[in-house]
Design a protein around this ligand. Sequence first.
Ligand code: NAD
Ligand code: WQD
Length: 331
Amino acid sequence: MNILVTGGAGYIGSHTCVALLEAGHTVIVADNLINSKAETLERVMQITGKDIIFYQIDVTQAAAVETLFAKHSLDGVIHFAGLKAVGESVDKPLAYYYNNIVSTMVLAQACQKYNVPRFVFSSSATVYGENKVPFVETMKLLPTTNPYGETKAISERILTDVVNANPQWSVALLRYFNPVGAHESGLIGEAPTGIPNNLMPYIAQVAKGKLDKLRIFGNDYPTVDGTGVRDYIHVMDLAEGHVVALARMSAGVSIYNLGTGQGTSVLELVESFVAANGIEIPYEIVARRPGDIAKCYADVTKAKKELNWSTTRNIMDMCRDAWGFEKNYKD
Ligand code: NAD
Ligand code: WQD
């Protein structure tokens, strides 16, 4: 199939390009490189030995998007492009609402106009808010504590309404849990600018000596050891989930949790990183981070049953591959 991957130069997008190319698809990437580098796409081509067609465009710009749709006969769109820093979204709500929602609308409109049958959307476990774990697709979404989360809930709603009006269209809303790790080659991975907000890249930079120690946000949560519990998923498992969803999606809206179904605490992740890589990670316990919840993990029954998809990589693989990328990465 001819697949447009928006945000394809980014962290999850680039790994999904690898999985798509390896499955035999033709990949067209649209990315404005606001949070990524074109070099990542060269590395994807190096890993796969296959070409990518690249447009450096902003997907909120309808004219540029339409030019692309007119040129390529697309079979599907995977829409990763978006701003994703939760804290930044509190300071810059308009940038987040504009970028994340307008991009979804512009792409949905282009799909309608050019009869592109499949649309896969990057949603997030954050839409479950303070529901009880494990999170199930049928749960009523609860308000999130930040504009970023709201952009995901609103985009889901917009796409659902468009399908209600056009029931022949196929939309998959994929709710990712905590993607971590990197491609096994170490050539592509997660390279946040500045000090990482997320746990795994922070640990990897402590391992490298770039940061002095990890600060663990709270050890008084009602969890196995008091630290926050999350459902970490290897980014290549997540990438492969997209390829499967594209192949199996049918008319209407389908919602899938993409996670492992297993919760891991912050301390357990640190211990696994030390065991996988033989590098000590100094840490201190500090106050809870505002907005954090105690536990977040998926019920993955639906993806297993309907997509016949489940993860194959474990926490040790995630820690090994995160370090495999970070140790060679040059800013
Ligand atoms: P990323 O920042 O690495 O990738 C996003 C890409 O989109 C970047 O390459 C960026 O340059 C591009 N982009 C942003 N706005 C654009 C625009 N208007 N036009 C064209 N390109 C644009 O982020 P990621 O971690 O790969 O996340 C991909 C998607 O998955 C995002 O929508 C994110 O919200 C969602 N998501 C991420 C996580 C996570 O923890 N990483 C979890 C759940 C959902
Ligand atoms: C994981 C755990 C922290 C950093 C975020 C977004 C979510 C989704 C995925 C996009 C928590 C603890 C972290 C640190 C720490 N993104 N931690 N010290 O918050 O679960 O999810 O990324 O959709 O929307 O909110 O991920 O990696 O930031 O935190 O102790 O320096 O690690 O408190 O328990 P989170 P995270």
